[in-house]
Design a binder for this molecule. Sequence first.
Ligand code: UDP
Ligand code: MN
Length: 421
Amino acid sequence: MSSAHYQALEPQTSDEDNEDIERRQCNSRSCTASATTTTTTTASHPPHPMVRKGGVARRRCLVPLVAGALFFVAFCYLTLSGDTRLALGLGGGAEDSEELSHHGLDGMNFRPLNETVHICSESYEDRRQFMQDKPQSEYGQLPVIYFVTPTYPRREQIPELTRLAHTLLHVPRLHWLVADDQEKCNGFMDTLLHRFGIPFTHMVSPMPSKFRNEKPAPRGVANRRAALQWLRQHNLTNGILYFGDDDNTYDLRLFSEIRKTQRVSMFPVGLIADYGVSGPVVRKGKVVAFLDSWVAGRRWPVDMAGFAVSLEYMAQYPYVNMPYKPGYEEDLFLRSIGLQMNLIEPRGNNCTEILVWHTQTKSKKLGMVRLESKYLDDRSNLGALLHNLKLMGVASTTESEGRDALISKNGKEKPHSKILS
Ligand code: UDP
Ligand code: MN
């Protein structure tokens, strides 16, 4: 999920940061005043003035701070259910409660994962005979990659899915979870997905209407949540989960890399926001920090395409979740599965290579072709062609809007009746 354009929230604070903040607050007038008074009354063995000032002032500042924090904790315990706290993988401490509100996770954005999974069609049969240079039978022992693609109806949807399918066709032992952000199943898509011969599940899960008009809206969340629910319903404890948007570009080496995932793999994603990249900082083979131009308090400032999770690991976290919080989906998902820095496995040659690109397709509104419906029959190809384009959500026909469709021959425009009747 591209995040650079989202408004940063108040930065989240760590223990180290809290110390800094206390120090800054204690430099404010009231703290400095009380610190000075105390210093004069205990002048017999004055330690270094800066130390004393900071120490006493900090204690004075801490009293209201601690009291406030305790009140806040108690409040959160009373108002948030245990499930809510746990489902976020946030536990119940003071810092965690602050994180909850910091992320704006009130009842509006947070919902425990309990989606209705509506399956349009699915197939577990792998009809591909060869993948890359080997017959299918040679791949039998590999763990399955569950490749979750949220998608939504717009003019570019079918072309994007076609292009993605042609990448996935090269990838053995893959189950493609295509989760469409709409109410109704699209029969055209069922046919398309069947044709590829890749095992797949096609489901629909529309974004709840109250989020539709939000700016930014939580894009692709309802459908990823449905896919998570599907994985849970199937009690899958073997295999790897990867969130692969329909418009990204995937290097085939990505798949061999993520297949090795023991807990959580991470790797850089190309073409993200201002730096053209987002990904882990690795030292001596360990992830120690992150490079991303939009931090905004995220503990895991990574793109959705920048990590993979083993299902065996994820199964230990029954409250896995992805809240409706634009820009924070990755962070909060990874928190919900209890991620810790030392659990991260850097991939792509210690995060030096790009295995996935955050490409974006220019979007245009539906095409409109003005033609009299009497010509949309089998006297020419146009009836069937425009019918297919309508099913794909690419173009529509009209009898009244705009100017007549241009039909030409030898460089000259011809009346429709001349060519089509
Ligand atoms: N998406 C969706 N519903 C929406 C918008 C987007 O399901 O209303 C999907 C989209 O097909 C893509 C993912 O969510 O797979 C991320 O959306 P997009 O690529 O538009 O966002 P980006 O991350 O490129 O900003
Ligand atoms: Mn995208």
